[in-house]
Design a protein around this ligand. Structure first.
Ligand SMILES: Cc1cc2nc3c(=O)[nH]c(=O)nc-3n(C[C@H](O)[C@H](O)[C@H](O)COP(=O)(O)OP(=O)(O)OC[C@H]3O[C@@H](n4cnc5c(N)ncnc54)[C@H](O)[C@@H]3O)c2cc1C
Length: 435
């Protein structure tokens, strides 16, 4: 039986943040990170835009934006993080947005009852993100962290009473276990909580569409890379990618969710931008699981799209027509070329009315704030669904689930972005360090 002081499952930002904190602040002891892929698979390695402004990426149920103590703590940790990454890995310090730009968009947004949040950001791109991951792993290995890649831990192999994990080659023993499996670990998280009697709810989802257009139709990205607008009806812009930007699909069981990423400025540019516009929904009885609801609407999308996400031109949508393959080869009017091979179709056939209405209202407002985004050639992709909907009943505010077991990052609903995931891992680690 191999013994470790702390075992961390998942090498995304939450797992790495925890390991980093243990090596920086504590008499860390032996640390092991286990990752099912060659390197971490979330946003650190896809686009990697780092948001350093609270509450962007911080879910309110874990990080109360109205609590001044939380605000002060998060701001100081974010500042510490920017300086640490700058010192050790040469990551640029975040740049604010020019005052004139903020005033312009704020004034337009306010008139419509829309909130505009200017954020401090650094965009590393997919290539820059992979370099950061490799630098972080190298640093951690140098500080005696053992990392096992391409190895998947099953929830049933963890015994939280004996504090062991049974693995095929060798059993592992831990004093502390930090679970950080991200959104891809949705089933793992659910099984773990069922098996260990940890109460949770998952009645909230974010669902929406991703827009793809030429940068000239969403020129705000030249001034603010990932603009954050909060519309009425709980709709918001999310995860903007621009310059060398691509729409991608991620597999969840039998269905795909679209997403996006972009390379850094060093990469060949395609002058496209894509971003999500998402609506948050909370369910009450009789729907118990947001996850089940998400799966059912995603299944309808796969049915209509022949197993693929659906894409539709804004021009077709406005005329109440489906998009056809022919509408994607006309370079004259419909000049935005899709970067994802989705199925041309009619999104209004498969999006629940409440979601579509709220998103279309928000898009019309966005088009008033950033004129051009509703160009007839702009492409809408459906579905984009965010699987960070577990809200466990934590034993304390350091994300402890049971004695010596912590659940952090997107998989446990403590974050919705890279920096928040990192800080949630750090929070669990600091509880371990403080004994
Ligand atoms: C395509 C994409 C682009 C994104 N872009 C951005 C962005 O630019 N900026 C931003 O702030 N956020 C972005 N996000 C969101 C961001 O990735 C997440 O908020 C963040 O990565 C969550 O961190 P995490 O550590 O909780 O999970 P993850 O980063 O998902 O890491 C979890 C890790 O655990 C591993 N794992 C899961 N289950 C197991 C298991 N059973 N055994 C072993 N290993 C396991 C996974 O392979 C994964 O590497 C993006 C997300 C995606 C999917």
């Amino acid at each position: 039986m191999k013994k470790y002081d702390t075992i961390i499952i998942g090498s995304g930002p939450a797992g790495l943040g925890a390991a980093w904190h243990l090596t920086q602040y504590g008499n860390a002891g032996k640390i092991l990170i286990i990752e099912q892929h060659a390197i971490s698979s979330g946003g650190l390695r896809n686009d990697c835009k780092l948001n350093f402004t609270f509450p962007i990426g911080f879910p309110a149920h874990c990080w109360d934006p109205m609590d001044n103590a939380v605000l002060a703590e998060v701001n100081s940790k974010l500042l510490e993080l920017t300086h640490a990454w700058n010192k050790h890995f040469g990551i640029p310090l975040p740049a604010g947005i020019e005052n004139a730009v903020v005033t312009k968009y704020e004034a337009r947004a306010q008139r419509l009852g829309v909130q505009f949040i200017p954020g401090q950001q650094v965009h590393l791109g997919t290539d820059g993100g992979i370099s950061l991951i490799n630098a972080l792993l190298k640093y951690l290995k140098k500080h005696n962290v053992t990392i096992i890649n391409k190895f998947r831990i099953e929830a049933a192999s963890i015994d939280i009473k004996k504090k062991t994990i049974s693995a095929p080659e060798e059993n592992l023993q831990y004093k502390n276990l930090i679970l950080a499996p991200g959104r891809a670990g949705h089933t793992f998280v659910q099984e773990f909580m069922h098996l260990n009697g940890i109460k949770y709810h998952d009645n909230c989802i974010d669902a929406g569409i991703r827009l793809e257009t030429n940068i000239e139709h969403y020129s705000i990205v030249n001034e603010y890379y990932d603009p954050k607008f909060y519309f009425p009806e709980r709709v918001r812009t999310f995860c903007t990618n621009a310059g060398a930007a691509y729409v991608i699909q991620e597999k969840y069981g039998n269905w795909y969710s679209v997403n996006g990423h972009a390379y850094s400025k060093k990469h060949k540019q395609n002058n496209l931008a894509n971003f999500a516009i998402l609506k948050t929904l909370d369910f009450t009885e009789p729907i118990a699981s947001g996850h089940d609801y998400a799966e059912s609407i995603a299944a309808t999308a796969m049915l209509a799209g022949g197993g693929k996400p659906i894409m539709q031109r804004i021009g077709d949508f406005r005329m109440g027509k489906r998009s056809t393959p022919g509408g994607f080869v006309n370079d004259d009017l419909y000049q935005t070329k899709p970067t994802l091979k989705a199925c041309p179709g009619d999104i209004s056939l498969v999006i629940p009315a409440k979601i579509l209405r709220a998103i279309w209202n928000a898009l019309k407002q966005l088009d008033t704030i950033v004129p051009g985004v509703l160009h007839p050639g702009t492409i809408m992709y459906w579905p984009e669904i965010k699987m960070y909907n577990h809200t466990p009943r934590f034993a304390n505010d350091s994300f402890m689930l049971a004695d010596g077991v912590y659940g952090v990052g997107d998989g446990f609903g403590t974050s919705r972005g890279i920096t928040a995931a990192w800080l949630s891992g750090q929070k669990a680690a600091s509880h371990i360090v403080s004994g």
